[in-house]
Design a protein around this ligand. Structure first.
Ligand SMILES: [Zn+2]
Length: 184
C-alpha cells in the first residue's frame, strides 16, 4: 500500500501476497525479459569482457568458431590474441596453451599454439615434472651461464618447452625474440 506521495507505508500488505504465479505466467514473464538484460543492457555489463572458468573471455558473437552456435557468444581472449598475431583463425584441432599455467596471463610470450594431442601430452609431462626447476637453477643456467633453453633441456634431460614453462613462471626474461616469426 502506498500513501498519497507514492511511498510505501510500513506494515502494509504487498499487492502480490497470495497471488499464485503459475508456470505459464512465469514463462510469459521470462519470455518478455529475453534480450532486455543482455549485453550492454545487463546491470553487470563490463564491456564484453568476462571471466569464464578462469579464462578471460571477450564478447564476439560474430567469430566464425561460435557464429552458428546457440548460446555461445564469448571467445577466450588468449585465442583472439594469438589469431591476431598469426593473422588467421585457429584451425580445427589447434589450441592455445598458457606456458606458465596461469589461465588469465594472456601476454603474447606466455601463449603458444599446439595441436590438441600435443597439448594433452604436454600437460601430462608437466604433472610429472612438477617443481622440476627452482628459480635459482634457472637463473644460474640461463642468465649467468647464458645457456640456451635447448642446452638446459639437454643437460637436465627434459623438453625445451618445460624450460620455457619455468622461465616464464619465474618471470625470467627469455631471449628468443623471433619465436613467432620463426615458428609460424
Ligand atoms: Zn595448456
Amino acid at each position: 500500500m502506498r500513501n498519497e506521495k507514492g511511498q510505501f507505508v510500513k506494515g502494509s500488505v504487498s499487492l502480490n501476497k497470495g497471488r499464485i504465479v503459475t508456470d505459464e505466467v512465469r514463462k510469459k514473464i521470462s519470455k518478455s525479459l529475453i534480450g532486455k538484460f543482455r549485453g550492454n543492457k545487463a546491470s553487470n555489463y563490463k564491456g564484453g569482457r568476462v571471466y569464464q572458468m578462469g579464462y578471460i573471455c571477450i564478447l564476439c558473437p560474430d567469430h566464425p568458431k561460435i557464429k552458428n552456435k546457440k548460446n555461445v557468444r564469448y571467445m577466450g581472449e588468449h585465442i583472439l590474441i594469438v589469431e591476431k598475431k598469426l593473422g588467421r583463425y585457429l584451425e580445427k584441432g589447434e589450441c592455445v596453451h598458457h606456458i606458465n599455467g596461469i589461465k588469465d596471463d594472456n601476454r603474447i610470450e606466455n601463449l603458444i599454439v599446439m595441436t590438441e594431442s600435443q597439448h594433452n601430452i604436454h600437460h601430462l609431462k608437466l604433472r610429472k615434472h612438477k617443481q622440476f626447476f627452482t628459480k635459482e637453477i634457472l637463473e644460474f643456467e640461463y642468465e649467468k651461464n647464458v645457456k640456451t633453453m635447448k642446452e638446459i633441456a639437454k643437460k637436465y634431460n627434459c623438453s625445451k618447452e618445460l624450460v620455457r614453462y619455468y622461465l616464464i613462471k619465474y618471470d625470467i626474461k627469455t631471449r628468443s625474440k623471433n619465436r613467432w616469426k620463426r615458428e609460424y
